[in-house]
Write a protein that binds this ligand. Structure first.
Ligand code: GDP
Length: 445
């Protein structure tokens, strides 16, 4: 699958973020660095990576993330939004209309997939936009290319215009336009010549075709398997011809793909289609938001995050149960639980919402004190090192003093918390063992 490695890395960064209740600037810094490395490794252009991580980092340091109740989720949301931007932002539609003659000119290096893609697009738009396509073979230097287009046209039952006798692509394109009008086609797709590398003659020829038939779309076909060179090539084609859109091919391969993704950003032109295989049906319209979700390794991130914000995390609850069972519950988990409670709103307002709760009885409970206690507990745990949170047993006298100072509490407060935690852990262990013994006994004959 494309971008598999990249997705995996994003997943790792995100799951690390989700585990933490609160984030500070150094957490963000670490995550940003990991994302930067992952993108570079996937061959995304370094300028694009730089601009991407800069935007993410600026937004992540702001109120939006650090001060939110669910900073991990907010961070993911920011990364997702910036990724969508990097891939072109809003959904980009082709300029097509049933009321005019749509003329697409396919541009690109030899072997990029122009001929195949021309046929794929003709087929797709015939089906999805009810257009009547005419394919045009204007690569006069390679008889094999003309032959290839003829075969594809036959396979799809789409007419192909060619002129074996002509060596003039401008004339061929002009003639094709006339014939399309005559025969009632509303889509003309011109397959132009490519070279192994860009040269002046090629550019001049493409520019001549462009001038003489005024295509409605100039689509640059970019091979997704080529590396950074594709960024330069795209830029050159765009500078000379003013492309209107990009088609990325061969994204089905075992490719890192990052270079191709950089093309949208460097040319500021939309990616309109992606090729995902050799078959003529292997083409997809490109949606920046869906591609971002795919790359980030998640289904629909935004609705997931919305859901997470609206309810207590079920997966989290399952994870806790597992931890209790094998007695690996530590202070980080304790903190997580505390945050879950906080997420649900203040305790008093929650209780007030419950039917059947006696308001008078509520008045007898000091809610403000309970909430204050929760804040204090949180502050104490925040003042511990990661190691201390994982292994509370190492917290000796001098550590307790340091933690009390750091959290603005007293050593007695820290002691109380640790004792309380130790007791609940013991209880959990017993509960876990009970479960085990019970199961064991049941297995006896
Ligand atoms: P052109 O020289 O630019 O016209 O390129 P072609 O259309 O002849 O394609 C070159 C090769 O790439 C052919 O073997 C195609 O089958 C193959 N190809 C094109 N698009 C894709 C794609 O999306 N996936 C895969 N796997 N191969 C493709």
């Amino acid at each position: 699958m494309m971008f598999e490695g990249l997705s995996e890395k994003f997943q790792n960064v995100f799951s690390g973020m989700r585990k933490k209740g609160k984030l500070d600037e150094s957490d963000i810094k670490v995550a940003n660095r990991e994302i930067k490395l992952a993108l570079l490794e996937a061959d995304v252009n370094f300028k694009v990576v730089k601009s991407f991580t800069k935007s993410v980092s600026e937004r992540a340091k702001g109120e939006e993330v650090l001060k939110s109740l669910t900073p991990g989720q907010q961070y993911i949301k920011v990364v997702n939004e910036e990724m969508v931007k990097m891939l072109g932002g809003e959904d980009q539609k082709l300029e097509i209309s049933k009321d005019k003659l749509n003329i697409f000119m396919m541009i690109g290096l030899q072997g990029a997939g122009k001929t195949t893609t021309a046929a794929k697009i003709a087929n797709l738009l015939r089906k999805e936009a009810s257009l009547s396509p005419l394919l045009v073979a204007a690569d006069v230097y390679r008889p094999a290319a003309i032959e290839q287009l003829k075969i594809l046209g036959k396979e799809l039952n789409i007419p192909v215009y060619f002129d074996d006798a002509s060596q003039n692509p401008v004339e061929i394109a002009k003639k094709a336009k006339e014939i399309a009008t005559e025969k009632g086609h509303d889509l003309v797709i011109i397959d132009t010549a490519g070279r192994l590398q860009i040269d002046e003659t090629l550019m001049q020829e493409l520019s001549d075709i462009d001038q003489s038939i005024q295509p409605t779309e100039k689509l640059l076909v970019v091979d997704g398997m080529t590396g950074q060179e594709s960024v330069n090539v795209s830029k050159t084609f765009d500078d000379k011809l003013g492309i209107t859109g990009v088609v990325l091919t061969k994204l089905d391969g075992d490719t890192r793909g990052g270079a191709a993704l950089s093309v949208a950003y460097t040319t500021q032109k939309p990616i309109v289609f992606i090729g995902t295989g050799e078959k003529l049906s292997d083409i997809e319209s490109f949606y920046p938001d869906r591609m971002a979700s795919r790359i980030l390794g998640m289904g629909d991130v935004l609705s997931l995050i919305d859901k997470a914000q609206n309810m207590v995390d079920e997966e989290e609850a399952r994870r806790m149960e597992e931890k209790i069972r094998n007695a690996s519950f530590d202070l980080n988990d304790f903190l997580d639980q505390l945050h879950q409670l906080q997420k649900m709103g203040s305790i008093s307002s929650l209780l007030e919402m419950m039917p059947g709760v006696n308001k008078k009885a509520l008045a007898g409970l000091d809610m403000a004190a309970t909430e204050k206690q929760m804040k204090r507990t949180e502050a104490i745990i925040f003042s511990m090192t990661p190691e201390e949170r994982e292994k509370p047993d190492i917290i000796n006298g001098s550590r307790r003093k340091r933690i009390a100072n750091g959290s603005g509490t007293s050593v007695a407060d820290v002691n109380r918390l640790l004792k309380g935690f130790e007791q609940s852990r013991k209880m959990m262990k017993q509960m876990g063992n009970m479960g085990k013994r019970k199961r064991g006994r049941m297995k006896l004959p």
